[in-house]
Ligand binder design. Sequence first.
Ligand SMILES: CCCCCCCC/C=C\CCCCCCCCCCCCCCCC(=O)SCCNC(=O)CCNC(=O)[C@H](O)C(C)(C)COP(=O)(O)OP(=O)(O)OC[C@H]1O[C@@H](n2cnc3c(N)ncnc32)[C@H](O)[C@@H]1OP(=O)(O)O
Ligand SMILES: Cc1cc2nc3c(=O)[nH]c(=O)nc-3n(C[C@H](O)[C@H](O)[C@H](O)COP(=O)(O)OP(=O)(O)OC[C@H]3O[C@@H](n4cnc5c(N)ncnc54)[C@H](O)[C@@H]3O)c2cc1C
Length: 672
Amino acid sequence: MPLNKEIQPGDNDELTRERLQATFDTQQMAAALWGSDLARKRRELAKKVDKLTVLHDSKDMSFMTREEKLSENARKVVQMFAHVADIVEDPSDDAEMFHLSSNAIGHEGHPFGVHFVMFIPALKAQADDEQREKWLMPALGLQLIGTYAQTELGHGTNLRALETMATFDKATDEFVIHTPTVTALKWWPGSLGKSSNHAVVSANLIIDGKSYGHHNFMVQIRDENTHKPLKGITVGDIGPKMAYNASDNGFLGFDHHRIPRRNMLMRHAKVDKNGVYTKPPHAKIGYSAMVHVRSVMIGHQGMFLGSASTIAIRYSLVRRQGEIKEGSGEVKILDYQTQQHRLFPQLARAYVFMFAGKEVRELYQKVLSDMEKGETTLLADLHALTSGLKSVVTHLCVAGMEQCRMACGGHGYSRASGIPEIWGVAVGGCTYEGENMVMLLQLARYLMKAVKETKKGKSLGRLVDYLLLPQDRHSLIGRVPQGEYGPHLAAFEHIARRQIFKVADELTKLQDKGMSKEIAWQKKAVELQRAARLHTRFYLAACFHRKVQSVVDGRIREALADLYHLHLNYELLDMVNYALEDAYLKADQVDFIREDMYRLLETIRPNAISLVDAFEFSDRELRSVLGRRDGHVYENLYKWAKESELNRADVLPYFDKYLKPMMLAARQRSNI
Ligand SMILES: CCCCCCCC/C=C\CCCCCCCCCCCCCCCC(=O)SCCNC(=O)CCNC(=O)[C@H](O)C(C)(C)COP(=O)(O)OP(=O)(O)OC[C@H]1O[C@@H](n2cnc3c(N)ncnc32)[C@H](O)[C@@H]1OP(=O)(O)O
Ligand SMILES: Cc1cc2nc3c(=O)[nH]c(=O)nc-3n(C[C@H](O)[C@H](O)[C@H](O)COP(=O)(O)OP(=O)(O)OC[C@H]3O[C@@H](n4cnc5c(N)ncnc54)[C@H](O)[C@@H]3O)c2cc1C
């Protein structure tokens, strides 16, 4: 059977020649990336969105004001829901809906962003059956628009310091929600500023003067008809951000606002009409909406990096600049080793982040179904895994996207490339859902506990089983036949294990000297977050290995294995100091890794375009002139620039108002 190579009439010949070199079928690679069912659904929904003009951007968002962006995306999201039954197979499938939303709306936000990402998951996990009936059904049916209001002006990370109060009033069977200080104002919730009319609000539960810590409450914030804030509620937009400006992130304050007792989400923790409090089965069960987003972020961040890699690699095959051999003509910039070294490792990361995203979602679903039965054993594992992945993946994604931008030279800096907006959205991920450093330290806590168990000969969980294995003193990289990469993966494991035990020992030594546990933790915090990063990077490499092993088609497995081996080499070199510290690797082995990496760059080069085609991002979804599938970049860059609002007239008023008078005056002075 001929291989599918994504060639279409009207494509730039350069790209067609590139595509013809592929050693694999791109649709089969797409199936490996997304899963065959989702890959098919994505392809079909993209075609349908192409035909539905009401879902198309009315103009490029780069040329819009913030209010125009909000209005445009509100229009599109409403149209999207109006046509949803004709476009997707299963509107309750988050993945399918997310891809529809990426195609039709893009990534700059819309009024239902946090509604679907946090508000609904919070209700699913934390509302009891009666409450689900009351709010979840209307929320799914779009009868209300919700947000998740947890962060305050004064505190986002330290949830124990949140100040918003929910004081139980036994006499009226109500909670009084109150914002006692300016720092207690809710700050940041997506779509809160101008769009939402309901919020899941985190507030300190106070009964008879005793605080029970923060819990989640359903609060209606705006009138359903007039959309005006309800009495006792102050709400508004927090202003423009680095990116994500079609979202109205907002502030929210309460002045002794009363809600019924049954508005506390009571699936796990409960308060009865006498003010008797029932504890949840796990203290952090109320954090489940955050864990949900962390788990979905991994794959989505992989998509962002995949988008940037697609843009940069396609453009690098159209752009010619300079000669490698004098007189032989200008080369495609992707033929430079430096360009390949800049881009292919990012492509490999995008692949593994998407694979890890899939694995972590499976674990999340398992934990969620366990939670339904009151079983919470795996919650700590999931929290540790998502905390580490969330932090490492967002950090590497934005670093990788910046490489992609720079790899596009000047045009990468233009919004026409599409990279600045997705970079801006992705970089937010380093902060939202738990600031990265803080979340790494959460994983480090788990790892330190795991060390304690290991010393008793036990494992804390599957993710840390490797801590029980003995440490090898020397790596076998370069000492086994070429083409065997087991020792590379073993090196990731070695580096992670060594750092984890090293910092655990250092903590013990400090405490043995009389230092408190908390101060010792502070003294070793940087080393602890390093341990968490190394553990996560080992997890990612092992995940890539599992994926390659699972692929049945030989051609796909071979092409994926090239990316996997490049990933092993590139990441090991990035962390090589850890392996040199204890002479686990020797200089000749590091040279071996480098040379193998350069070899792999050459091997991957002919497959480069098909490896990015396999993401199957439609042009509508990519929103990039540089990353166009057909490769017709230059004529379209010119067309795009002409759309700039500055080109509406040859002379703009500011010239007559400021510059002309200044120049006239200068000329007059020089004539005197
Ligand atoms: C229109 C159609 C659309 C369709 C859409 C379809 C669906 C699409 C789906 C998803 C899309 C997803 C994203 C897509 C990307 C798009 C781009 C833009 C989107 C923007 C959206 C942004 C949303 C962002 C929202 C937010 O940011 S909400 C606020 C988040 N806030 C935080 O994360 C706060 C961080 N802080 C904390 O979590 C905690 O305070 C802390 C740091 C963990 C410490 O907590 P605490 O003080 O309470 O605990 P400790 O004392 O430190 O620890 C005690 C023990 O508890 C353990 N622990 C802590 N947390 C947990 C947990 N969650 N689970 C389990 N255990 C936990 C901890 O480990 C300690 O254990 P111990 O054993 O060591 O004692
Ligand atoms: C785009 C975007 C969307 C958001 N959407 C929402 C939303 O819908 N709902 C919502 O409730 N919130 C939302 N947020 C808020 C977000 O969750 C918080 O900003 C985030 O959790 C970080 O908290 P912070 O702002 O308090 O940072 P801070 O904690 O003030 O972080 C500042 C610095 O202090 C360090 N630091 C803080 N604590 C520690 C510690 N214990 N140990 C070591 N270092 C520490 C951090 O590492 C960081 O370097 C959003 C934020 C963004 C950017």
